[in-house]
Design a binder for this molecule. Structure first.
Ligand code: HEC
Length: 140
């Protein structure tokens, strides 16, 4: 009787110590996401120069019900259903081909007029937007 008790107590102790072993695996490494394009440093400046004259609620220019100004652009785009081209998403993370934003700057004519309306952006800027989306459309 006594021996069985000692056996069970030590069994429990062994189990506890095994459990604490699995926890002690050293410091947890933060997950590093490698991207080449930054939303705030590379993409937002394209919007600032070419888009916010028409896509900016602050100056009552809300074409397409889309605000591309700093602080609003990201949450207006990523995983948001397009106003004019529902059910397509404005930006489908990791998938530029299925993003209204990229199709509209890439002159595909799949979703109405090319953007910027009445203007142009460079191929490098179009590529920047594409790479940002395909790298996961991160708010970096
Ligand atoms: C001269 C005004 C003007 C400028 C500049 C402009 N847009 Fe637009 N945009 C519009 C209008 C008008 C619409 C609504 C009609 C349409 O969908 O084509 C629109 C719609 C859009 C839509 C679709 C929104 C939705 O969900 O229906 C996207 C995406 C867009 N614009 C992106 C851009 C980007 C990116 C730029 C800058 C590179 C830009 N636009 C510059 C006028 C403009």
């Amino acid at each position: 009787m006594r021996i069985t008790k000692i056996f069970f107590v030590s069994l429990v102790l062994v189990m506890i110590s095994l459990q604490s072993c699995t926890k002690d695996k050293g410091p947890i490494e933060p997950e590093v996401i490698l991207t080449t394009v930054s939303f705030s440093m590379d993409v937002q400046p394209i919007f600032d120069t070419n888009c916010i004259s028409c896509h900016n609620t602050a100056n009552s220019q809300y074409y397409g019900y889309l605000d591309l100004s700093t602080g609003y652009a990201y949450s207006s785009l990523v995983a948001v259903v397009s106003n004019g081209y529902s059910p397509n998403l404005r930006v489908s993370s990791g998938d530029a081909e299925n993003s209204v934003l990229w199709q509209k700057v890439n002159n595909s004519q799949l979703f109405g007029s090319n953007m910027p309306l009445g203007g142009t952006i460079t191929n490098a800027e179009i590529e920047t937007i594409k790479v940002w989306i395909n790298e996961g459309a991160i708010e970096n």
